[in-house]
Design a protein around this ligand. Structure first.
Ligand SMILES: [Zn+2]
Length: 290
């Protein structure tokens, strides 16, 4: 799933391409595309796109009269539409601009969860953005300390919960825990000051690296091309210590980690998670997990 670095760099790219161009027409291509009833998307027709912003994993198309909030979910992409067809493959929605250009939202796969919200007024104060935690790269160490105390969870779950911190999915959560040399299953209330400082630094560093990598690209990266030391690297050597990168699965979540760097050499077995106190509720609680 695209996370904060991919979304933010893509917002910058779209702004550079399309800012100032008048929106002629918004066209939903699937009946699940539009998540709101009012205001109607037609109220944006004839208005210029001011810019494309980002909040957590959402893109915000600011079209003077309204904002289109777009969530790409797992397989969604928002790209210039070069197809000539009325019904593009995997099409979810399309924006037609007055200069003839079009922007197409597609979603690969069968989940059909990507969508568009049309918002009047301040989009940050309304669903789906109102309940989000602060964007992960702007939290101060003091804010992070308070959030950790407030939400008793395993660290990996905490990082991926969009209502706590916005913009982090599975890749960044794996990378952040590894960078901070913390177990993905450490309890958020069991961390000392040094560990919180390491976590704060890991969040900032990992997101900055992702953003630099993403800004150097002409289009949003595929997940396999994003920088990773442990994420999806099961069986490969940890670039820090040379130990083997491990994976552990709980329900449908796969977590990658290095035992030497993160768990004092302890190898976590799937059936040992219950002994660690990682229960179904803990893993199922977060909304919008990535
Ligand atoms: Zn290591």
């Amino acid at each position: 799933m695209p996370e904060l670095p991919e979304i933010r760099a893509h917002a910058e790219r779209l702004t550079a391409d399309l800012a100032g161009i008048t929106l002629a027409r918004f066209e939903p291509l699937s009946f699940t595309a539009l998540k709101t009833y009012a205001p109607p998307p037609e109220s944006a027709h004839g208005h210029a796109l001011r810019k494309v912003g980002a909040r957590g994993k959402h893109l915000l198309l600011d079209v003077e009269a309204v904002t289109f909030v777009v969530h790409l979910m797992q397989g969604g992409r928002l790209r210039p539409d070069t197809s000539k067809t009325k019904r593009p493959r995997n099409g979810v929605a399309r924006w037609h601009f007055a200069d003839g250009r079009r922007l197409l939202l597609t979603e690969a796969g069968t989940e059909r969860r990507a969508g568009v919200w049309v918002i009047a007024g301040d989009p940050l104060m309304q669903e789906p953005l109102a309940g989000l935690g602060p964007d992960a790269d702007v939290v101060t160490v003091e804010q992070l300390t308070a959030l950790l105390a407030e939400h008793s969870m395993r660290l990996h779950t905490f990082l991926r919960d969009q209502r706590v911190l916005a913009g982090i999915g599975r890749r960044l959560a794996n990378e952040i825990c590894h960078h901070a040399r913390l177990s993905p299953f450490v309890g958020t209330r069991g961390m000392d000051e040094g560990q919180v400082a390491a976590l704060h630094d890991a969040i900032a560093t990992t997101i900055a690296e992702g953003l630099a990598d993403e800004r150097a690209r002409a289009d949003m990266s595929a997940s396999k091309d994003r920088p990773a030391q442990v994420h999806s690297r099961t069986g490969e050597a940890c670039p820090v210590c040379g130990d083997e990168v491990r994976e552990i699965t709980y329900n449908r979540y796969t977590v990658n980690y290095c035992a030497t760097c993160q768990t004092g050499g302890r190898i976590l077995a799937d059936n040992a998670l219950s002994r660690l106190g990682v229960d179904r509720e803990d893993w199922g609680r977060g909304r919008q997990h990535g």
